[in-house]
Design a protein around this ligand. Structure first.
Ligand code: FAD
Length: 287
């Protein structure tokens, strides 16, 4: 199918984008890589009279390190983020998540900001942002503001961005020391959205686990942080009972049934892949 007719706007600055969104209100939508929006429009699941193209806004393309955080501009392509030396070094969990997203053709167009703003609960990057306590930068009619990842994801495809606001960048804290970063997921076929997935990071200090971050995706309307499992891992150190950690991570999940899998299956898989991801992350951190 083809999308309903629309007018394409080609701004070159964030201020122009914000002005266009303000002018056209509900009839307008920003378009980034188009890898989620175009299929939705083509299937007539969504329709907008005005598309505000972010591709010409070069200020959204930057990657930078500032002190202990890495900033990725909204329009940085997923394929760029997978290989960018600064991202690979400073936020390995981002780079490791990306090969799990669709196929390379999709990652060549899809953007980091688009994935996070789209907030699909089965997406990898929102879970990475949540796990790492990322900060989302937004600009809109009321100026700029910052939103903690834990407050950003509201429900399926819904974020705390307000009307007329765009995501301009994401800041990820840089972890130092002996760390391990793993993204583990189960999907029916390579390139499919995950049925269940986990983004995990650990920092070890001898036999201690100094820091742990675990976020699950595909298990509800938003990515879910497994705080109790993180605490159990920190308490147990590198010899913690990982099956127990996995069970704790899954304990409070209530994924629903759908055509792809039952909620019960997703919950069982979540426990298993958390244990598996942590084992791999600990091994990486200790190597
Ligand atoms: C076959 C297929 C398989 C896929 N598999 C996966 C997968 O396994 N995992 C995964 O995570 N994704 C997957 N995707 C989706 C893909 O990653 C998209 O790239 C991503 O979801 C959206 O990024 P985009 O840049 O293409 O955004 P677009 O499609 O352009 O936009 C998506 C939504 O976000 C909004 N938006 C985009 N950028 C901004 C911004 N800066 N500020 C505010 N709003 C914005 C748009 O208005 C729109 O509502 C798949 C897509 C396809 C077609």
């Amino acid at each position: 199918m083809k999308p309903a007719p629309f007018e394409m706007h080609l701004p070159t600055s964030v201020s122009e984008v914000v002005a266009l969104l303000d002018e056209h209100g509900d009839l307008a939508k920003p378009i980034a890589g188009g890898q989620s929006l175009v299929p939705m429009m083509s299937l007539r699941l969504a329709s907008f009279e005005h598309l505000i193209d972010l591709n010409g806004v070069s200020e959204l393309n930057q990657v930078s390190v500032n002190g202990d955080s890495l900033r990725i501009g909204a329009m940085v392509r997923q394929s760029t983020a997978e290989h960018d030396p600064q991202i690979v070094k400073s936020a390995p969990l981002v780079a490791k998540a990306i090969p799990h997203i669709g196929h390379f053709q999709i990652r060549n167009r899809g953007t980091v900001g688009g994935s996070i703003a789209h907030a699909d609960p089965s997406s990898e990057l929102p879970a990475v942002a949540l796990a790492l306590d990322a900060t989302i930068e937004a600009v809109g009619p009321n100026g700029s503001r910052e939103i903690a990842a834990k407050d950003f994801f509201v429900s399926t495809w819904e974020t705390s961005l307000i009307d007329g606001e765009i995501l301009t960048g994401v800041r990820f804290p840089i972890w130092s020391g002996k760390c391990g970063f793993v993204v583990e997921e189960v999907a029916r076929r390579h390139g499919d959205f995950a049925l269940v997935g986990v983004a995990a990071a650990v920092q070890v200090d001898g036999s201690k686990v100094a820091k742990a971050a675990i976020a699950l995706f595909g298990v509800g309307g938003t990515p879910v942080r497994a705080s109790e499992a993180e605490q159990a891992l920190i308490a147990g150190g590198t010899s913690a009972d990982l099956d127990a950690v996995g069970n704790l991570a899954a304990m409070n999940l209530a994924p629903s049934d759908d055509v792809h899998a039952s909620g019960e299956y997703r919950k069982a898989v979540a426990a298993t892949i958390v244990a598996r991801a942590i084992a791999k992350a600990l091994k990486e951190a200790q190597s």
